[in-house]
Design a protein around this ligand. Structure first.
Ligand SMILES: [Zn+2]
Length: 448
């Protein structure tokens, strides 16, 4: 059973991890891994740290039951955090790990150190009480915020046999939408970032008539891409039904959101009142294409002979490279034959991964639901697809059922969820740490 002292220890551990300041880049996650190792050792638990680069690595521990059974992993959970570009705007020291007003404050508190410490402490409790069957695995990793090269991906490439599992539980999820409806993540969109290049013919800028200008072509292309993404790209409502359910929409609202032909109108109506929800509906209903960078020309009086656009493309599960190129070409129209479309490689900061998803309903998912209803009787789980990319993709590729799971204090608002991770005054409620510790403990008890 989880008692008050467990919650206190978890909160103290969170504060220490924040103070260790494992900002990526460069990461230096070894500081957090050592702190966790020390905590586990003080409880008599053996663990292993695998060094993936100087001062970086991944921590693994396991508990085995006497009988055969399912393997459950807490993780892959990352201990790196993103930088703090404007510490003067914070009301506390971003790396002080202060505990005040019912919160733990600091960079990483929400993304995702509170889940890490809840998992570590739940693992400790389960170790002390033992499991009947199967296996509980704890995997703490580095480098999630920069793509996982030295973290989850490194473990998958170097020690795949040690991290074999049936289920993974890690960030994020756990927010209450409508009454008693708790979000959990079943999958995520993929990334297929592209650079589109145009060529022109240089000439004097004082006589532009009839010129072949690469910058003009790029700007036409930008408008076409945006228009195609908003108005012409094929739509799906597969992931919107869950959302409508979770938000507790009325029958008519649900019909509006889940009927493809009504979706453009629905987006306009919702967008006026609730732009945040409209953004989510837009991203869950299609492959999105956002032209976010543009470069071109060399001088104001020379007709541009080169221009390029960087486009952030996010795919739904099942949409492959062929799909991406087909629709990019359609979007460009007659400019497609002049455009050179190339992938932005990961070394250049690109994101290239397939959209992926685990089962929205299964025996294991009902155990997750039960573990939540032990804290909030009668509550149900609502599956959700994340627009962003996480380490879970490496596990779903191997067929592991992977879920984003935590349990937030119902006082946490949708605004907290969107503004605090990576934001100013990042913090987490002590109550959220307690609830997340309890659900992780509950689910391991139920499953193993
Ligand atoms: Zn994260």
């Amino acid at each position: 059973m989880i008692v008050e002292n467990d919650v206190n220890e978890t909160v103290q551990l969170l504060s220490k991890l924040i103070q260790n300041k494992c900002v990526n880049p460069p990461g230096n996650e070894i500081a957090n891994l050592k702190t966790i190792e020390l905590h586990l050792k003080s409880k008599g638990i053996e663990c292993q740290i695998f060094e993936s680069a100087p001062n970086r690595g991944n921590l693994l521990a396991r508990i085995k039951g006497a009988k055969d059974g399912p393997r459950l992993m807490f993780g892959p959970s990352h201990v790196d955090v993103v930088p703090v570009p404007n510490p003067d705007k914070w009301s506390v020291d971003p790396f002080g790990g202060e505990i005040k007003d019912g919160f733990i404050w600091g960079r990483g508190a929400m993304d995702m150190l509170f889940i890490v410490v809840s998992q570590v402490q739940a693992f400790v409790k389960i170790f002390e009480e033992g499991i009947e069957k199967g296996e509980l695995i704890l995997l703490i990793v580095s480098d999630e915020e920069a793509g996982g090269t030295f973290g989850a991906k490194w473990m998958m490439e170097n020690h795949p046999d040690l991290i074999e599992t049936d289920y993974c539980l890690t960030e994020m999820g756990g927010a209450f939408l409508a009454d008693g409806k708790v979000v959990f993540m079943i999958g995520e969109k993929g990334g297929a970032w592209k650079r589109i290049k145009f060529k022109g013919t240089p000439g004097h800028g004082s006589m532009p008539y009839g010129s072949n200008n690469a910058v003009v072509k790029a700007s036409k292309a930008i408008l076409r891409i945006q228009n195609y993404c908003d108005n012409k790209i094929p739509l799906t409502t597969e992931y919107l039904g869950y959302l409508a359910e979770g938000l507790g929409m009325s029958k008519i609202q649900k019909f509006m959101v889940t009927t493809k032909s009504l979706l453009p109108l629905t987006l306009k109506l919702i967008g006026k009142k609730d732009p945040d929800t409209a953004k989510i509906i837009h991203s869950l209903s299609r492959m999105t294409m956002s032209p976010n960078m543009v470069k071109g020309g060399i001088k104001a009086n020379i007709i541009a002979s080169n221009a390029s656009i960087a486009v952030d493309i996010r795919t739904l599960p099942g949409q492959d490279e062929e799909y991406v190129l087909k629709h990019m070409k359609k979007a460009l129209g007659d400019l497609a034959k002049e455009a050179e479309i190339i992938q932005i490689e990961e070394e250049d900061g690109g994101v290239n991964s397939k959209g992926n998803s685990s089962e929205p309903a299964s025996e294991f998912v009902s155990l997750l639901e039960k573990s939540v209803s032990m804290e909030f009787p009668g509550s149900t789980l609502v599956p959700f697809l994340m627009p962003g990319v996480t380490d879970m993709r490496y596990f779903r590729e191997k067929g592991v059922q992977s879920y984003g799971f935590s349990l937030l204090d119902p006082k946490t608002t949708a605004k907290d969820m969107s503004s605090l991770p990576h934001g100013i005054d990042e913090r987490i409620r002590v109550k959220t740490v307690e609830l997340t510790l309890k659900v992780y403990y509950n689910v391991a008890k139920l499953a193993l």
